[in-house]
Design a protein around this ligand. Structure first.
Ligand SMILES: Nc1ncnc2c1ncn2[C@@H]1O[C@H](COP(=O)(O)OP(=O)(O)OP(=O)(O)O)[C@@H](O)[C@H]1O
Ligand SMILES: [Mg+2]
Length: 265
């Protein structure tokens, strides 16, 4: 029997609280239950990684938290936090320079014109791309584009207290080579810590989840439910190839395999 275990008891109000969240797509004979009564709390400043088989509803869950779609049942409480979503593809405007992409996001957030250039420069510095402001996306490497996408996601939360910002990341580094991904792990960890962000991070990569998360949440195969939560006790920064990370990742992988197998059966 599976059981949802709350790993991180919190005295403060959660930054994100999902209560009994279900999502049904379609209706009648073609209806598909993607998420089934998901309960999940994410504490302010917590880094939570979400793992689960392909099609179990991870992206659906992020979209619901981002407010791009509504749940069929249950509630999602963000306590007034501002949400930024980052996808696997950087989705930058190819005809705009890096700076212009960021300035557009800042404009959408109502940042006054005279402040946008400075804010964009600050954001670019924070992802170590200060020298690339005038480049267009196609002139950057994949890893650099993802860093711009991260800066843009942060731009979309401009004006919000960083401590009230929830960053949702849907397999943001899935398409990158291992070395670039390692560098971006260091960077996202630094930005998360410096800004006090709350992060909900979806990945297929179990080691990546253990490298980054305070907690790893495992969803069941469709319909997605929280089947297990693994606190990650190792000190940061962790190395993705350390024995401690590998060992916890191995036991999570075993549990994930059971889930995939259960679905296959
Ligand atoms: N807009 C939609 N309309 C109908 N069905 C959808 C829609 N979005 C997702 N689904 C279905 O809901 C289920 C969950 O999809 P979702 O994209 O959330 O999975 P996922 O866990 O993110 O998978 P992956 O790991 O492959 O990205 C899938 O069966 C998918 O076909
Ligand atoms: Mg997905």
């Amino acid at each position: 029997m599976t059981q949802a275990v709350k790993a991180v008891p919190s005295r403060t109000a959660p930054a994100v609280r999902l209560t009994g969240v279900s999502k049904m797509f379609g209706s009648g004979g073609t209806a598909l239950l993607a998420l089934d009564q998901v309960d999940l709390d994410v504490s302010p400043g917590e880094f939570v990684c979400l793992l689960g088989a392909s099609g179990c509803g991870k992206s659906t869950l992020l979209n619901l938290v981002a407010g791009l779609d509504g749940p069929s049942a249950g509630t999602i409480d963000l306590g007034g936090a501002r949400v930024a979503l980052m996808f696997q593809e950087p989705a930058l405007f190819p005809w705009l320079t890096v700076t212009a992409n960021l300035e557009l996001a800042l404009k959408m957030r109502g940042v006054p014109r005279q402040d946008r250039r400075d804010r964009a420069a600050e954001l670019l510095d924070s992802v170590h791309l200060g020298g690339f402001a005038r480049k267009r996306p196609h002139q950057l490497s994949g890893g650099m584009r993802q860093r711009v996408a991260l800066a843009r996601a942060l731009a979309l939360t401009a004006g919000a207290d960083d401590h009230g910002t929830v960053l949702l990341m849907d397999e943001p580094f899935g398409a990158l080579d291992a070395m670039t991904r390692d560098l971006l792990h260091d960077e996202i960890e630094r930005i998360w810590r410096e800004r006090g962000l709350t992060v909900l991070f979806v990945t297929h990569n179990v080691r990546e989840a253990v490298r980054l998360g305070d907690r790893v949440v495992l969803l069941s195969s469709r319909p997605g439910r929280v089947v297990r939560e693994f606190p990650v006790p190792m000190a940061r920064p962790r190395r993705i190839d350390s024995p401690e990370v590998a060992s916890l990742a191995a036991s999570i992988t075993d549990r994930l395999r059971e889930e995939v197998g259960r679905h296959g059966a």
